[in-house]
Design a protein. Structure first.
Ligand code: AMP
Length: 483
């Protein structure tokens, strides 16, 4: 789970990359990095932790030039080290190259073995490094052809930003698992001023720096940004689009627009749809309150409460000084983490039937704890509503999910999960309901050239993997260290 950013043609490229990464911080909190191209070549700075803590003014001062790419990274325990922080920057026979990647390459083990057998020496444990080596051994004279050839060999999910000393490339795998978009920063009034171009995992980072969303990078497209502006290659055979549904459920920021669909609208609609699919019998505005699990359950709870005509209450108060719960990989710490992050608000709960809304249940730790906390604070009944289908299968395409054995929905049916949570009732949104919500969240983007109403990857809900993966029943999922 990562975020990528790139900027071409701005004198403050590194500073704007810092801001861009700041707006993508939710996509990865473990390390952050920026590589810029100055008059004397590439400059790289990578730091562990949050963008804000690692990138002080003095660090940014060491990143001169008008081009930069950046990365924020999330990985699980044991794989967290500066060595694996991106963007990678290398010098090779054709010059310098920097790479930042979001997604997981499903065939990286096999490719790495082949590359090592022919002499490549890897410096990290990251799947992304395979792309670097494949480009480095490419025989084609043009960099764009070497990139295309390298990407032709990798399988799985990638939204990748690459940079040499003259241009930036932004590419998305043929299924478009992970998002990637392009924006423009208008030029100033001076005569020779040109617009700057930006690339980002989510458009939320554009607003912060005054850029405008132009469009999404299409699945299978390689965009080239250089002194002539933007050009595009479509070198791969077209396959059905498989944008990740979970981006809309949880991962992307609610103010993002991904492939033309507004995440906030999709989440709100999913809440309305959820209460239609799973009403709470006897709920009235007098006896019931709708309580979001902040922040992930907020938009769906708004949609649910509006649609059902029930009062929306802040029955759980979030500490803003704790990150995403998932960040603590150990069960013992995670358990404590919920309390650290959320506190029940008795004033909103006392004597009420509570419909508590969250985006997903993974291990069940959070929801079980919350049900207990809500009851403890005076809720008469607790009805759990989840704005996505049961997460029963691990993701191999860039969302960090635990082993199948740790996913509560892999071993329990809905009644079993409700019993584990000690909830009065539990309802999950259907896959159809979720896909319809995302489609209804679509907004017309004047400049979005060819929205195609393709499919979505729903592997974590259905176990139907669009690109071959190791048998999820047999094999411990790859603990890839980036993406
Ligand atoms: P759990 O206690 O394992 O059931 O955690 C569930 C909560 O973690 C959900 O309510 C989500 O808000 C959040 N979540 C779900 N999937 C992920 C993920 N892949 N990474 C981080 N957080 C997640």
């Amino acid at each position: 789970m990562c975020g990528v950013f790139g900027i071409y043609g701005h004198p403050e490229a590194a500073n704007l990359s810092y801001l861009g990464l700041h707006a993508l911080q939710h996509r990865g909190q473990e390390s952050a990095g920026i590589v810029s191209v100055g008059p004397d070549g590439m400059h790289a700075q990578r730091k562990m932790g949050l963008v804000q803590s690692g990138f002080t003014t003095s660090v940014l001062d060491q990143l001169p030039g008008a081009m930069a790419i950046g990365h924020v990274r999330y990985s699980t325990a044991g794989t967290s080290s500066l060595r694996n922080a991106q963007p990678f920057a290398v010098d090779y026979q054709h010059g310098s190259l920097a790479v930042a990647h979001n997604g997981n390459l499903t065939n990286h083990h096999a490719l790495r073995t082949q590359l090592e057998l022919r002499g490549s020496i890897f410096q990290t444990g990251s799947d992304t490094e395979v792309i670097v080596h494949l480009i480095a051994i490419g025989a084609q004279p043009k960099i764009e052809d070497r990139i295309v050839e390298a990407l032709r060999q990798v399988e799985g999910a990638y939204s990748v930003v690459l940079m040499d000393k003259e241009r930036i490339f932004a590419a998305r795998d043929p299924r478009g698992f992970r998002p990637l978009c392009i924006g423009i920063l208008p030029s100033d009034d001076s005569e020779d001023s040109k617009p700057a171009y930006v690339v980002s995992s989510e458009p939320s980072s554009f607003e912060l720096i005054g850029a405008k969303l132009l469009r999404d990078v299409e699945p299978g497209e390689v965009v080239i940004i250089d002194e002539r502006g933007i050009s595009s290659l479509k070198p791969f055979a077209s396959v059905e689009r498989k944008m990740c549904l979970f981006e809309y459920v949880y991962f992307a920021r609610p103010d993002a627009v991904l492939d033309g669909s507004e995440v906030y609208s999709a989440r709100k609609i999913s809440g309305a749809r959820l209460i239609e699919e799973h009403p709470v019998a006897g709920a009235t505005a007098e006896n019931t309150v709708v309580v979001p699990v902040p922040d992930s359950g907020l938009p769906a709870a708004v949609g649910l409460a509006n649609h059902a005509g029930l009062p929306f209450e802040m029955g759980l108060i979030r500490s803003h000084y704790v990150g995403r719960t998932f960040i603590e990989p150990q069960q013992s710490i995670r358990h404590f983490g919920v309390k650290l992050k959320l506190n029940p608000n008795a004033a909103a709960l006392r004597g009420k039937r509570v419909i508590v809304v969250d985006d997903s249940i993974v291990r069940g730790t959070t929801s079980r704890k919350l049900v207990g906390m809500l009851r403890g604070a005076g809720a008469k009944e607790v009805h759990v509503r989840i704005s996505s289908p049961p997460t029963a299968w691990p993701c191999y395409y860039g969302i960090d999910t635990p082993n199948r054995s740790e996913l509560i929905a892999a071993s329990h049916d809905v009644a079993g999960i409700a019993a584990y949570l000690r909830a009065d009732s539990l309802g999950y949104l259907s896959v159809t309901g979720l896909i319809e919500s995302v489609r209804l969240g679509r907004r017309e983007l004047g400049s979005l050239p060819n929205w195609t109403d393709g499919g979505f990857c729903q592997a974590c809900f259905s176990g139907e993997y669009p690109v071959q993966v190791p048998d999820p029943e047999q094999v411990v999922p790859l603990r890839l260290i980036n993406g």
